[in-house]
Design a protein around this ligand. Structure first.
Ligand code: PMP
Length: 342
């Protein structure tokens, strides 16, 4: 017998002998593992359809449609501490992308973009978070259980918590080790290009395979065998001073960090080319880096056990990292409209 986080003593809900044990309720939130970032600290409140609900009470029914079929859409957003106060990076753009994902899946959201923007700011404020990660999610709950989701209620929650470097501090400093996945990224003919919960099981297979094989992250090719993206990041490759990134049409998310980094590097005078890349391009690149809200700008130092360039983050990667870090910290003095203060 081991002790659960609530202090209740149990090994499982299955009773020994006949029948089933009573349902075990957790009065305290269970620890949540965040890989390289250590355990997550629960916050006080979660915004749940207009209400501030205590963390432990923000629950849904097991018959929720989204649990069975992955019928949810979500966003990942970061808030940063700046000398001017806390800013949420591209908050409106993220909420607009949530609405775009909703449209792709014919999901009717009860909350407008400005209402969601305000709710995200409020959840940071009530939890006293000066920086952190913000996760809005809309999903189908009760009301339908067949494959036709008509009648299922759409619920929306926004959760915020303190979060460090997604691929680890060491990864940000020295680069990460990446493996081309045996799992292909789903094509845009199978799902709309949107941020839907169900589609992430594809990324999860790739991530698990990479981590279980001793790598930090997976890189996925698409059905045609060309480079698409990481399990949760867009990819950039530098060769001969030119910055390449796969076009969205190969099947990668239209990342907001990707867009920001393309803009920042172009302003510095770099040539940016959206180009289809194959696996061998990865081996011949001088530099490779990932971008994403969670990953920010993370250098890749090795792909398929081959060093990228000399195996250390290159100069363009360092410029991208520095510009992005200054931007989100409110120190760049440009693109102020991307910094939405709470
Ligand atoms: N690709 C995938 C599959 C992702 O999950 C993410 C993270 N949202 C990204 C790319 C990067 O997108 P963004 O920069 O908007 O966070």
């Amino acid at each position: 017998m081991k002790s659960s986080s609530s202090g209740t003593t149990a090994t499982s809900n299955r009773a020994s002998g006949a029948g089933w044990a009573c349902v075990r309720h957790f009065s305290e939130p269970a620890p949540i593992d965040c890989g390289k970032m250590g355990p997550m600290e629960p916050t006080k409140y979660i915004w749940f359809d207009g209400e501030m609900v205590p963390w432990a009470d923000a629950n849904v029914h097991v018959l929720s449609h989204a649990l069975h079929y992955g019928t949810g859409i979500f966003e990942g957003i970061r808030a940063y501490e700046t000398p001017q106060g806390t800013e949420v990076f591209r908050l409106t753009d993220h909420m607009a992308r949530l609405h775009q994902s909703a449209k792709a899946y014919n999901m009717k959201l009860d909350w407008s973009v400005p209402e969601l923007v305000e709710a995200a700011k409020e959840i940071l404020r009530v939890n006293g978070l000066e920086s952190g990660y913000v996760r809005p999610i809309s999903f189908l709950e009760l009301g339908a259980i067949g494959l036709n989701p008509a009648g299922a209620r759409v619920r929306t929650a926004i959760i915020a918590w303190k979060w460090g470097a997604y691929l680890g501090e060491e990864g940000v400093l020295n680069g990460i080790r990446v493996k081309v996945s045996s799992w292909r990224r789903f094509p845009n003919t199978a799902f709309p290009n949107a941020k839907a919960t169900g589609t992430y099981i594809n990324s999860i297979l790739a991530k698990m395979e990479a981590v279980q094989s001793g790598y930090d992250e997976a890189l996925m090719l698409n059905q045609d065998g060309v480079v698409s993206e990481g399990s949760g990041e867009n990819l950039f490759l530098v060769r001969g001073g030119v910055v390449y990134t796969p076009p969205i049409a190969v099947g990668c998310l239209d990342g907001l960090t990707r867009n920001a980094v393309m803009t920042l590097l172009a302003e510095e005078g770099y040539e940016i080319v959206e180009k289809t890349l194959d696996r061998s391009d990865l081996y011949y690149g001088d530099e490779v880096f990932f971008t994403g809200t969670a990953a920010e700008v993370t250098p890749v130092r090795e792909i398929d056990d081959r060093p990228v360039g000399d195996g250390t983050p290159g100069p363009v990667t360092r410029v991208a990292q520095a510009l992005y870090a200054d931007l989100v910290a409110g120190k760049l003095g440009k693109h102020q409209d991307w910094l939405e203060y709470i």
